[in-house]
Design a protein around this ligand. Structure first.
Ligand SMILES: Nc1ncnc2c1ncn2[C@@H]1O[C@H](COP(=O)(O)OP(=O)(O)OP(=O)(O)O)[C@@H](O)[C@H]1O
Length: 312
């Protein structure tokens, strides 16, 4: 995959406090890269430096291999930004808002009108295009914010927590729109502290905490790398012969718990022992009613890496 952006040893302090600590990462063409971290982790500061809103104290950022400072205009033409705070004009209609932002990129005439309508349609606001932004719900304003950022069809779209404080319907609309934009070839850098969003849309994840990137990978690889165990949960119809201690004789078993009809077995992930576990349950003349395997969630990954829950 081609690298569009590379960030190297980037750092930033506010009043002696270092809030971004020499971070390095790449954004690759076509990916939905999620920057995940709790409040105050340094996500917005990083994004704002990338967009040129904030100066940085050290390190550099490259676009297509060139220092962004040396190709700022080219970079900005190919960039769309959805800021954390709404950047729309309340007294203008949806259409006027999108037209204004798209025209800043030099679009005009019929092409401009086509792209404005396309962005509004994409954001589910075409039917309300003549209405003023101030008449919109919070979720619709967020969608308008996105329409303003995508009308010029940027190569890279940076979104800073675009779903904060909105209704589930608009949130779902935004998440499915992001997946569609990605399918159409747009590269997306998305910051959030919502784990579920990362599960749903990310193709790669950077986990950030206290100004540092503490882990990087796909959701599958992060779970795989950090957890060496899995759990088998069995619902059983018991015949009273099941001896929990017997399971510890099987290689890889770490913990066995039985509560009422539920048997929970924690085992090392890289040891193939399910056949032996099932054989032992059957030998006890207990009937297996249901069986499923539980693997780690991103929430577990975050907790293991930082010692705290993302919702703290
Ligand atoms: N302009 C500023 N002046 C001083 N401190 C700042 C400024 N902007 C951010 N900070 C501090 O830098 C740290 C990182 O903030 P930042 O907004 O980048 O975090 P974040 O991960 O985006 O959090 P959130 O999810 O709340 O937006 C915080 O401690 C914040 O208080």
């Amino acid at each position: 995959m081609n690298t569009i952006i590379s960030v190297n040893q980037l750092k930033k302090s506010f009043d002696e406090k270092q809030v971004v600590k020499e971070i390095s990462f790449a954004v690759k063409k076509g990916e939905i890269l999620c920057l995940l971290g709790p409040n105050g982790a340094g996500k917005s500061t990083t994004i704002n430096m990338l967009c040129g809103i904030l100066d940085y104290d050290g390190g550099d950022m490259r676009y297509q291999g060139k220092n962004i400072k040396d190709c700022l205009n080219q970079f900005k033409r190919n960039l769309g930004v959805v800021p954390q705070d709404l950047a729309i004009y309340e007294d203008l209609s949806a259409e006027q808002n999108v037209r204004f932002f798209a025209s800043l990129y030099g679009l005009k005439g019929r092409v401009l009108e086509e792209k404005v309508n396309k962005a509004l349609d994409f954001s589910g606001l075409l039917e309300r295009k003549k209405d003023k932004a101030k008449t919109f719900s919070g979720g619709m304003k967020r969608r308008l914010n996105i329409a303003c950022a995508i009308a010029h069809e940027p190569e890279l779209l940076i979104m800073d927590e675009p779903t904060v404080g909105i209704d589930p319907q608009s949130r779902n609309h935004i998440l499915s729109s992001i997946k569609k934009l990605s399918q159409h070839g747009m590269t997306i850098l998305y910051t959030t502290h919502y784990m579920e969003e990362v599960e749903e849309i990310s193709t790669r994840i950077l986990i950030m905490d206290s100004g540092t990137i503490i882990a990087e990978g796909t959701k599958e690889s992060l779970k795989e790398d950090i957890f060496d165990e899995r759990q088998f949960i069995m619902e059983i119809e018991e015949d009273n012969n099941l001896n929990v201690d017997e399971f510890y004789k099987i290689e890889g078993i770490k913990k066995v718990e039985k509560k009422a009809q539920t048997l929970t077995i924690t085992t090392l992930k890289n040891i193939e022992n399910l056949d032996k576990i099932i054989a032992m349950v059957i030998a006890s003349k207990s009937k297996i009613l249901n069986l499923f395997c539980r693997t780690a969630s991103l929430e577990n990954v975050f907790l293991r890496l930082t010692g705290k829950s993302l919702r703290d």
